[in-house]
Design a protein around this ligand. Structure first.
Ligand SMILES: NC(=O)c1ccc[n+]([C@@H]2O[C@H](COP(=O)([O-])OP(=O)(O)OC[C@H]3O[C@@H](n4cnc5c(N)ncnc54)[C@H](O)[C@@H]3O)[C@@H](O)[C@H]2O)c1
Ligand SMILES: O=C(O)C[C@H](O)C(=O)O
Ligand SMILES: [Mn+2]
Length: 580
């Protein structure tokens, strides 16, 4: 892929092979000299276009697409044709187009993957083909330096569940989640797309509608679990470690039990990152820090109800708990007591027993005697009862349960605290626990709000707009990953993630104006992620994790210089030059 800062690029492809390679293709932007030297003479109309002109044309075509899903399809096909143009167009219209290639539209695209499938992207490693995994892996990566590997087994895609290699029904492609997350790395942090790899680990699916669809493009088999699953994933992780020891390995949308286990298993031997646990924990902590800046309280003053105790819910609880310990000097045991986790069986409390409480939840399990006056007949404590009893100051949703934060729940919460902090984080938009507009109305504009998907601003009682912060891990994970990549960090530590969070929190608009959004706008997300990357790389250098020799003062320049930007390089033909 043409690097931005190098103006001249030696390329070994000519003619059709050049025009059909998305990493090298410039379409009508090939200069006259390049057309001559690369045998493109009769293959292009005569006018040489600039990248700006190409963006304008592509944008006009995009706008003729009728729905977000059609726009997503158009952009996918642009990406298949010309990577520089794709990223240049996205960069020019960031605020408008992130929701098209990412949350929420990408959820519909994944749900329809098998029916929209046109062309594969990235790497598919399928359970029954594991004997050839190394060969398959090398086939796509030989001779390439890979900085970033994003993988998913698609068991828990956003809030829409098991999608196998990509679902059916509404419409679109597998690899979509790992590809979308990789594109965001490039767009918002500057990861070179030629140095990143999106991988789908196809271990089957338990989604019956996929298994029964003859157009399903993945491995039509029940999900593999247990030792066989672990061995398969391990084979893949060891390949990444062997061939790309400095890469960052990003896990996305694994089922909760696997997500935690895999993170713990590998985090001390390679730079691994689980976005749903750590990315969500980090961005949510930053939003909470901004909110308590508005309420002028401390983290350890808060009482948290976290509704949905899966990867995201527990990641958020742990991250905030760790910050309470680190920032407020609270003992861990005391900090744990500030959390009430709720899942399908109500509040996680002791008498639910090990069949309903996963081991990772034990530290947040509540004693039963807290609930003697509020238990329902089925021994479960629901959200409304919990809110009445706990009087939470912060209510966070990671449940996929649309509408769970009812008017009763929100009004009950507002009785117990002056400025309720309410973050319904489930994605995509249709799964949000409460529409922020309702939460705003029901609390007379008192609620401090953030959501996982983009929502329009709300009206405050004084007529002013209240910006709903988008508390999505994309505001921080690209920076965390890029910081780890540039510093060639051997592992990704909790302190590096805390450094990222603090840097993000320091950029909150609410610090200047308490009525402003709790987190920076996604239109500013490239600058925000750059700051995050610098903070992470500085921390890596400071704590001796970095694989590069440099001083902390040099990190800002190093990270900035390493960013890939969507600009065309000038090509010179060289039979020994780049081919992929
Ligand atoms: N905003 C963000 O950056 C962000 C990041 C990660 C996840 N999320 C969203 O959070 C949601 C959960 O994601 P996850 O990765 O943690 O999934 P997950 O499957 O690991 O966890 C979901 C949890 O919610 C519980 N749950 C389901 N229905 C419930 C109900 N009716 N009441 C109470 N609990 C219920 C499940 O039992 C499970 O424990 C998804 O919608 C996802 O899109 C948002
Ligand atoms: O994909 C997103 O938008 C955020 C998050 O990783 C999720 O699973 O919802
Ligand atoms: Mn996710």
């Amino acid at each position: 892929m043409p690097a931005t800062l190098r103006n001249i690029f030696r390329v070994a492809l000519r003619g059709e092979a050049l025009l059909t390679n998305p990493h090298f293709n410039k379409g009508t932007a090939f200069s006259l000299e390049e057309r001559r030297d690369f045998c493109l003479g009769g293959r292009l109309p005569s006018k040489v276009a600039t990248l700006d002109e190409q963006c304008q044309r592509a944008y006009d075509q995009l706008n003729s697409q009728e729905s977000p899903l059609h726009k997503n399809g158009f952009l996918q096909s642009l990406k298949d044709q010309n990577r520089v143009l794709y990223f240049a167009l996205l960069s020019k219209h960031l605020r408008e187009l992130i929701p098209i290639i990412y949350t929420p539209t990408e959820a519909d695209a994944i749900a329809n993957y098998s029916h929209l499938f046109r062309r594969s992207e990235g790497m598919y490693l399928t359970f029954p083909n594991q004997d050839s995994m190394e060969e398959d892996f090398l086939e796509q990566t030989r001779g390439r330096e890979i900085d970033l590997v994003v993988c998913s087994d698609a068991e828990a895609i956003l809030g829409i569940g098991d999608q196998g290699v990509g679902g059916i029904g509404v419409r679109k492609p597998p690899n979509v989640i790992s590809s979308a997350k990789s594109s965001i790395y490039t767009l918002l942090a500057g990861v070179n797309p030629a140095r990143s790899l999106a991988v789908t680990l196809d271990v089957g699916t338990d989604n019956d509608s996929l298994l029964n669809d003859e157009l399903y493009v993945g491995w039509s088999n029940k999900r593999i679990r247990g030792e066989e699953y672990d061995a398969f994933v391990d084979k893949f992780v060891q390949l990444v470690r062997k061939y790309h020891p400095h890469s960052l390995l990003h896990f996305e949308d694994f089922g909760t039990a696997n997500a935690y286990r895999l993170l713990e298993k590998y985090r001390n031997e390679h730079a691994v990152f689980n976005d749903d646990i750590q990315g969500t924990g980090a961005v949510t902590l930053a939003a909470v820090m901004a909110a308590i800046g508005v309420t002028k309280t401390k983290l350890s003053d808060q009482r948290f109800i976290i509704y949905g105790a899966g990867s995201a819910g527990l990641g958020v609880a742990r991250q905030i708990r760790d910050a309470m310990v680190l920032i407020d000097g609270f003992p861990v045991g005391e900090a744990n007591k500030r959390f009430w986790m709720i899942d399908r069986y109500g509040v996680i409390k002791e008498s639910l027993g090990p069949s309903k409480i996963r081991p990772e939840l034990e530290e947040f399990t509540r004693p039963d005697d807290e609930w003697v006056n509020v238990q329902n007949s089925d021994n479960q404590v629901g959200l409304l009862d919990a809110v009445r009893q706990v009087k939470p100051t912060v209510l966070i949703g990671c449940s996929t349960h649309n509408g769970a934060f009812t008017e009763d729940v929100i009004k009950e919460m507002a009785k117990g605290t002056e400025r309720p902090i309410i973050f319904p984080l489930s994605n995509p938009s249709r799964l949000v626990e409460v529409d922020p507009k309702d939460a705003n109305d029901w609390t007379n504009g008192k609620a401090l709000l953030a959501t996982g998907s983009p929502f329009p601003p709300c009206k405050m009682p004084n007529g002013k707009n209240y910006v709903i912060a988008e508390c999505n891990n994309a505001l921080i994970y690209p920076g965390i990953g890029f910081g780890a990549v540039v510093s060639k960090s051997k592992t990704l530590t909790d302190s590096m993630i805390i450094a990222a969070t603090r840097r993000l929190a320091s950029l909150s608009p609410a610090l200047k104006d308490p009525d402003d959004g709790l987190l920076p706008d996604f239109g500013d997300s490239p600058g925000v992620n750059l700051e995050v990357a610098i903070a992470v790389a500085e921390q890596a250098v400071e704590e001796g994790r970095a694989g590069i020799q440099c001083q902390k003062e040099d990190v800002r320049r190093l990270v900035t210089d390493a960013q890939w930007k969507p600009l065309y390089a000038e090509y010179v033909y060289d039979a020994n030059g780049e081919k992929e």
